[in-house]
Write a protein that binds this ligand. Structure first.
Ligand code: PLP
Length: 421
């Protein structure tokens, strides 16, 4: 008879330690009005730090309009939604939010979920299950939430090489013309900061009669004239069947959504377990998200400033000889290529320099490409950026990490050993 169940959990944890990917979280207290400053609750006591790895990409989580909307809604309507969407949880503010999202993406309808993860998982699974004999064509670098959606659908899937439209076309060609097909990919891949060839994917989808499902989680709020994402920036948003996004990154709140045709959204609303069997997002969260979306539809200042800050960070780090991986977007990945060294670099930055950058290890990124992922926001000023460059150079020297990688080496994930500056 088994009695010591904890032994199994302890050995599972031990495995992660052996594989050098046991995760340690930093206990961070964000300070509204002073972001990216925060308090780190260190074992030795609280310390002021600057956060450089937040997905509150535009600092909207502390915007006066967003906080105001949340407080006002909580005061007026209370805290929780009070039920699932079907049973008393369809409150007026979630209906408003869905209308705002549909308008953002130029689609007839939108549906809100409790997170971006759930929208992908239950959205993809439900859509694919409703299409008879559906084949899902999934980009190799898709996020875990999409992979879980594909798995949960139980339908056949084929993986196309990351951003490789020729490979995607080969798979489409090999599929019977009349068979329903769902192409699933992201617009902006958040660990490398690269962008999908969305226009070419739309061309293929139209040529071969496939549906398109685009995760814009790391792009909504930040790209396109009204913050609708990369597809909007590229002028192809109307050619995408389903756009999925989050309210938890650039919009500074919590929740996820899909936007698409009335029939598709109604079908997901009616069939998706991850939508039906869980409580609705609370009114204060919906009010805050709506305020953030509305603000970013009208204001480009945050987007422009974020791009400006990201460009400056890249320039400062490159001129310090640090191995900035090539990225077309606001994401600034810094290659280390070893899980322990990334953890040590992160620890040193935090303890010695008051800079918080969480290390990114396998399975979030492939083994050997462990990194620091830096996310500059409009709130990071020049002195902070200069301090970041100096602190990173100090840590690189201390840990004997390689400087001055060539971009060709980085693209092929080779570790390079240049000279220290
Ligand atoms: N899709 C992608 C590409 C993501 O990176 C993430 C989370 O980081 C999600 C979906 C899930 O979004 P959320 O954090 O709202 O659950």
């Amino acid at each position: 008879m088994v009695t010591n169940y904890d032994a199994f959990f302890l050995s599972a944890i031990a495995r992660l330690r052996t594989e050098r990917r046991y995760r340690v979280f930093a206990d961070i207290e964000r300070i509204a009005g002073r972001f990216p400053h925060a308090i780190w609750h260190a074992p030795q006591g609280p310390r002021d730090v600057v956060v450089w790895c937040s997905n509150d990409y535009l600092g909207m989580g502390q915007h006066a309009k967003v906080i105001g909307a949340m407080v006002e809604a909580a005061t007026r309507m209370g805290t929780g939604a009070g039920g699932t969407r079907n049973i008393s949880g369809t409150h007026h503010l979630v209906v408003d939010l869905e209308a705002e999202l549909a308008d953002l993406h130029g689609k007839p309808a939108a549906l809100v979920f409790t997170s971006g993860y759930v929208s992908n998982q239950t959205g993809i699974a439900t859509i694919a299950k409703l299409l008879p004999d559906c084949l899902i064509l999934s980009d190799a670098m898709n996020h875990n939430s999409m992979i879980e959606g594909v798995r949960q659908s139980g339908v056949e899937r084929q993986i196309w090489r990351h951003n490789d439209v020729a490979h995607l076309e080969g798979l489409l060609q090999a599929t019977a013309a009349g068979r329903p097909k769902l192409i699933a990919c992201e617009s902006l891949y958040s660990m490398d900061g690269d962008v999908a060839p969305i226009r070419q994917i739309c061309d293929l989808a139209e040529r071969y009669g496939a549906m398109t499902y685009l995760d814009e989680v790391h792009a909504v709020g930040m790209y396109g004239p009204r913050g609708a994402g990369i597809a909007a920036r590229e002028g192809v948003m109307n050619r995408i069947d389903v756009i999925e996004g989050t309210l938890a990154k650039a919009f500074g709140c919590l929740g996820g959504y899909i936007a698409g045709s009335t029939a598709l959204v109604d079908a997901v609303r009616s069939y998706a377990p991850g939508f039906i069997f869980t409580s609705a997002l609370p009114p204060p969260v919906c009010a805050a998200a709506t305020a953030a979306i509305r603000h970013l539809k009208a204001s480009s200042w945050e987007r422009d400033q974020q791009q400006n800050r990201a460009a400056r960070v890249k320039a400062v780090l490159r001129s310090a000889g640090l191995p900035v991986m090539p990225s077309d977007t606001h994401i600034v990945p810094l290659l280390i290529g070893d899980p322990e060294k990334s953890k040590m670099a992160s620890d040193l930055l935090l303890s010695r320099h008051g800079i918080y950058i969480q290390p990114i290890n396998y399975p979030t990124v492939p083994e050997g490409t462990e990194r620091l992922r830096i996310t500059p926001t409009p709130c990071h000023d020049d002195p902070m950026i200069d301090q970041l460059g100096a602190a990173l150079a100090d840590v690189w020297i201390d840990l004997g990490l390689p400087f001055s990688c060539r971009s060709s080496d980085l693209r092929s994930n080779k570790t390079c050993f240049g000279s220290t500056p």
